[in-house]
Design a protein around this ligand. Structure first.
Ligand code: HEC
Length: 114
């Protein structure tokens, strides 16, 4: 078999064995979350989670579980907001997990006022 044919097979076999499957799952969530944030969130929350409209929340560095809980609450109607209620209904469970992974993974630094 030609080397060019063997290499992709080796990659498929070896990558799960060498890399941690957990880390790869997180990396997948992160990239899917970034893509979703670009498509559906950044006009108000920024891709970096710094809100670009005054009434939207900053999401960078927010707790992942908090983001998930709020999106589920908007989706179920438990929490209501004219824009977020509509947006959350367009997200499936994976989307929620992924965008929460994205925004919670952005590192922020805090500076107290003097
Ligand atoms: C059209 C503007 C707009 C878009 C687009 C938008 N949001 Fe929001 N978002 C808001 C506003 C405004 C609020 C504050 C709502 C409120 O007062 O309940 C909010 C609130 C939230 C909150 C609650 C924050 C908190 O501190 O409780 C989360 C989480 C959130 N948005 C996530 C998202 C995600 C994820 C997306 C993309 C899938 C998204 N939003 C898209 C405007 C937007």
């Amino acid at each position: 078999m030609a080397v060019t044919k063997i290499l992709p097979i080796l990659a498929v076999v070896l990558i799960p064995a060498t890399g941690s499957a957990g880390n790869q799952a997180i990396a997948g969530e992160l990239m899917a979350g970034k893509a979703k944030a670009e498509a559906a969130c950044q006009v108000c929350h920024g891709l970096d989670g710094r809100a670009v409209v005054p009434m939207a929340a900053n999401l960078s560095g927010q707790q992942k579980q908090y983001i998930i809980a709020q999106l589920e609450a908007y989706r179920s109607g438990q929490r209501r907001h004219e824009q977020m209620s509509i947006i959350a209904k367009m997200l499936n469970d994976d989307d929620i997990e992924n965008v929460a992974e994205w925004y919670s993974s952005i590192k922020i630094t805090i500076e107290m006022p003097n």
